[in-house]
Design a protein around this ligand. Sequence first.
Ligand SMILES: Nc1ncnc2c1ncn2[C@@H]1O[C@H](COP(=O)(O)OP(=O)(O)O)[C@@H](O)[C@H]1O
Ligand SMILES: [Mg+2]
Length: 314
Amino acid sequence: MLKNLKNKKVAVLSGGMSGERAVSLRSGKRVFESLKSQGFKVVQLDPKDGDLTQKLKKQKIDIAFIALHGKYGEDGTIQGLLELAGIPYTGSGVLASALAMNKVAAKYVFRAKGVSTPNFMILEEDNLDQAIGKIKRVFPFPMVVKPFSEGSSLGVSIVKDPDQLEAVARETVKKFKEVFVEEFIAGKEVTVGILGTGQKAEALPILELVSKNDFYDYEAKYTSGMTEFILPARLVKPLYEKTQATAIAAHRALGCRGLSRVDIIVGTDHTPYVHEVNTIPGMTDQSDLPAEAAHAGIGFDELVLRILESAFEK
Ligand SMILES: Nc1ncnc2c1ncn2[C@@H]1O[C@H](COP(=O)(O)OP(=O)(O)O)[C@@H](O)[C@H]1O
Ligand SMILES: [Mg+2]
């Protein structure tokens, strides 16, 4: 496989139009350098710079390595463009990407396939008064208010008191339109990298995240020293294995290909609750998935190759 790949020209796609542009550029640069040092013909392209399809054709690109995060990168749109252009690309296809990007759509799939995920209710914009009233009556506090499709904890709030719900719900709906509430899960926050596809998907070592803030919010994610990383996570063996199995089940339920990173809270009831799947996890020197891979003895270059090979998995 590798020998065949070396004659191919690879475009690393990074940057893009989402709020995670800066992280994506860092991921892309590191992937680009790894591929280059391994002898590939490789270029770095940014979808923000104009007609991507034309550039891919003009530069005779054989494979796209997608290192984009968020909207227009991780959500199935670039994947659709590459499908139409007939260029093999790394990672998940159109449907899995779109499902994972929409937390509520993903939760419906998890429910249908028996993957545990926190209970939730949708805050319908058209019927906001009624929705807030109903949630106050039937949904347990504390709860988490969050947009369907954001990242980096943007718009995520924990509401402890019924009196706070109204204001937080209105503000979040105003800003993000599609919003839901989710049961707050007390427990250990972990993230599990997955490599491979379908029956062959395997879990990397589990990383535990201990935030110095109330939860793993924007500040905790992007300020050094605000989060403690524990690898491997402090979970007793049966629970560790159950958590890895749950992460694989989530990856497979959405039909993810090649790689993903599954965010889980292991509840005090010993249930691993999946709250989201990231189909294009960060690849910077600070990112979770490469750290987990390294702990499993998979160096960055090998990780990049395994992801590159996913472009040819069905
Ligand atoms: N149901 C929940 N219970 C407890 N904490 C949660 C829950 N959902 C999210 N959080 C906290 O909020 C953070 C961001 O939520 P997440 O669903 O991962 O959104 P994002 O896509 O913005 O990362 C999580 O890392 C976690 O710390
Ligand atoms: Mg998350």
